[in-house]
Structure formats: structure tokens, C-alpha cells
Design a protein around this ligand. Structure first.
Ligand SMILES: Nc1nc2c(ncn2[C@@H]2O[C@H](COP(=O)(O)OP(=O)(O)OP(=O)(O)O)[C@@H](O)[C@H]2O)c(=O)[nH]1
Ligand SMILES: [Mg+2]
Length: 144
């Protein structure tokens, strides 16, 4: 059974995405700590925003198969430093969230994630409309 971990800025849509994968719908509340489930690890945005926590993220990533770097399509900046994907174990992928939002720029988000040097593809999704969710499930071997 493969396990995935999500990292990215606060409010990027990480927990909402995991809830949609679990079939719970696009709901979430603020993530306060590392949250381990059978197939997923959710992380607080602060961990990716503050280099002090990189060590914890890297250690946690040792136990997962896929690390999803989550970029909010409505955000003008990217919190991941260039090349960050290369230091992570496991298979790293990009996910662009909130593609349904009127203020979204998918192209901008993809271009920013391209600087992170991820191993796999960058998949645009919307937790609200479901766009891209099936493609993401395929890429991460999600059952069903
Ligand atoms: N329009 C739109 N809003 C979304 C989508 N996904 C998440 N959101 C909204 O974005 C906000 C933050 O979502 P969360 O999933 O809690 O974000 P997070 O990355 O887990 O945030 P932290 O736990 O603080 O790190 C919520 O208000 C969600 O409803 C999406 O696909 N489309
Ligand atoms: Mg969260």
C-alpha cells in the first residue's frame, strides 16, 4: 500500500485535497500538526514555510512513497526554494490547487513548480469541481 504526503503553504488546499481523495468532500480545518492516516500524511503549511521545519518534513518523507508539492493557483508566490524537490526521498509530484477559482492562474503556478525540480508531473486540480482528481489518483496509485 503506497502512502502520500502533502506539503505546501498555509491555506494551499492540502487538507481539502486529502479529504477529497478520501471521499469526504471538499472540507477542511486548519492543520495544527503532522497528521498521519493509513494512506496519507498531512502537514501544516508552517512546516513548508519555515526552513526550521524542513528536517521534520524530510524525516517524515522517509516513510512515504509520494510527496505532493502543493501550489495554490491563486497565489502569486511560491514558498518552495528552487531545487527543493531534489532533496526529498520518494517520488515527488506537483499539484496545482484551486484551478476553479476566478483568480487562479494555472500557468503561473505550473511555472513556479517547475523551478522546484520535481521528479514527476505537475497536475492541476480543483477539489470543488473534481477536475484533475482522477488523473492525480492514477499518478499516486490511489485505489478505486
Ligand atoms: N476555490 C477553491 N478553494 C479551495 C480548494 N481547495 C481548498 N480550497 C479552500 O482553501 C482554503 C484552505 O484549504 P485547506 O485545505 O484547509 O488548506 P491547507 O493547505 O490544508 O492549510 P493549512 O492546514 O493551514 O496548511 C479553504 O477555505 C478551502 O475551502 C479548491 O480546489 N478550490
Ligand atoms: Mg491543512
Amino acid at each position: 500500500m503506497s502512502r502520500i504526503m502533502v506539503i505546501g503553504a498555509s491555506e494551499a488546499g492540502k487538507s481539502t485535497l486529502l479529504n477529497v481523495l478520501h471521499g469526504l468532500g471538499p472540507v477542511s480545518s486548519k492543520t495544527q500538526a503532522l497528521e498521519f492516516a493509513a494512506r496519507t500524511v498531512d502537514t501544516p503549511g508552517e512546516y513548508a514555510e519555515n526552513p526550521r521545519y524542513y528536517r521534520a518534513l524530510l524525516a517524515t518523507a522517509m516513510d512515504v512513497d509520494y510527496v505532493l508539492f502543493v501550489q495554490d493557483a491563486t497565489r502569486e508566490n511560491c514558498i518552495f526554494p528552487p531545487g527543493m524537490g531534489q532533496i526529498f526521498p520518494g517520488y515527488t509530484l506537483g499539484v496545482v490547487t484551486k484551478t476553479d477559482h476566478p483568480a487562479a492562474s494555472v500557468l503561473r503556478a505550473v511555472e513556479m513548480l517547475e523551478t522546484v525540480a520535481l521528479k514527476g508531473d505537475i497536475i492541476p486540480v480543483s477539489a470543488l469541481t473534481g477536475v484533475g482528481i482522477d488523473e492525480l489518483k492514477q499518478k499516486i496509485n490511489w485505489p478505486g
